[in-house]
Ligand binder design. Structure first.
Ligand code: WQD
Length: 358
């Protein structure tokens, strides 16, 4: 007898930057989505009864029938009682696990908060999945699980050395990958695809959703965007004495919508796979800080102010990936250029100078 529960994919952290863009892609494929998010890293609605602004925006992007398939539960992915309610109410086919704290600097100051929330919470999530025989997961991992590469170690492939992480945040991603790998080894019913993001930037082409960091942005592109809308005076460039084309840090920037499509590609492949698999999601192209600043200024139509400062502790000179395995096995490749990343980010930021806040 078929289950009369509503089918769906559980998306933890679905109100966040990458989570929200992935929810759009899922809904546009008519996949019902249950978002669980405690809103610590996303803008909550003033009225508890209302959907958070980002989810209201998502409903504006998709069509009404697709919007009906979006369900939101406020809470933590590690809350066992809440998970019990969700797995009892819905027939969850897979979990896409974005949830977790992600600030590099904060993780150094509050490691136990990161280990408890990110690792401890994920253990609770896995146990709830096991109890309800849900054994498919896509895990939001990160390029930060890779050990610091030397010049001969680039581009980074999925076989590159991992571990010796530079901060507790990265260690949580590394530990969770190992937990999931060991789980899949012990229980052959499980399939896990771990997606290692390089540097996600940009926004949905509608300008409705994008990156809305709370407080001072840690990452380059949201900071540059806030300089462009004059919320910040100038960009601080953390070092211009690296062994790179112009002395500034080089990264593999990937459009957040490309990244979201990487998750739906992985979801399509999940039923045909078994065990634990990791894939880099990047472009394979390195772009420097000064280049990103120039490209964004071209989109905005004026040069953006910056100052050269000391290096940021823990920063690497160069990071970019070999994304050929994702292309081969997921049929995924990044299609959007750095210019499109800047155009879409600028459209979101100029339409929403204060992010999702009114
Ligand atoms: C990019 C470049 C900085 C800000 C981080 C995290 C990790 C990952 C991606 C999730 C570097 C320079 C930055 C600024 C600057 N996300 N920079 N001024 O450090 O590559 O990776 O985000 O896993 O969380 O490690 O990204 O955007 O912080 O820095 O000069 O105000 O921009 O030195 O060269 P990073 P980033």
């Amino acid at each position: 007898m078929g289950s009369d529960k509503e089918q769906g994919v559980l998306v933890t952290g679905g109100a966040g930057f990458i989570g929200s863009h992935t929810v759009v892609e899922l809904l546009e494929r008519n996949v019902p989505v249950i978002v669980i998010d405690n809103m610590t890293n996303a803008t909550a609605s003033k009225d508890e009864e209302e959907l958070p602004p980002v989810l209201q925006r998502i409903k504006k992007i998709v069509n009404p029938q697709q919007g009906e398939k979006l369900h939101f539960i406020k809470g933590s992915f590690g809350d066992v009682e809440l998970l019990e309610k969700i797995f009892t109410k819905y027939a969850i086919s897979a979990v896409i696990h974005f949830g977790g704290f992600k600030a590099v600097g904060e993780s150094k100051e509050l490691p136990m908060m990161y280990y408890s929330n990110n690792v401890g919470g994920t253990l609770k999530l896995i146990q709830s999945m096991q109890k309800h025989n849900v054994t498919n997961m896509i895990f939001s991992s990160s390029a930060t699980v890779y050990s610091a590469p030397g010049p001969d170690d680039l581009p980074l492939s999925e076989k590159s050395l991992t571990g010796s992480c530079t901060c507790p945040y990265a260690s949580t991603k590394f530990f969770i990958e190992n937990i999931l790998r060991d789980l899949c080894y012990a229980d052959k019913n499980w399939t896990v695809i771990s997606l290692r993001y390089f540097n996600p930037v940009g926004a949905h082409a509608s300008g409705e959703i994008g990156e809305d960091p709370k407080g001072i942005p840690n990452n380059l592109m949201p900071f540059i965007a806030q300089v462009a809308v004059k919320r910040r005076e100038h960009l601080n460039i953390y070092g211009n004495d690296y062994q790179t084309k112009d002395g500034t840090g080089v990264r593999d920037y990937v459009h957040v919508v490309d990244l979201a499509k990487g998750h739906t590609a992985a979801l399509d492949v999940l039923p045909k796979k078994n065990g634990f698999h990791t894939y880099n999601l990047g472009t394979g192209i390195g772009t420097s800080v000064l280049e990103m600043l120039k490209y964004f200024g071209e989109v905005v139509g004026r040069e953006l102010p910056y100052k050269i400062c000391d290096r940021r502790p823990g920063d690497l000179a160069v990071m970019y990936c070999d994304a050929s395995l994702a292309e081969k096995e997921l049929g995924w490749t990044a299609t959007k250029s750095v210019k499109e990343m800047c155009e879409d980010l600028w459209k979101f930021q100029s339409k929403n100078p204060n992010g999702y806040l009114p």
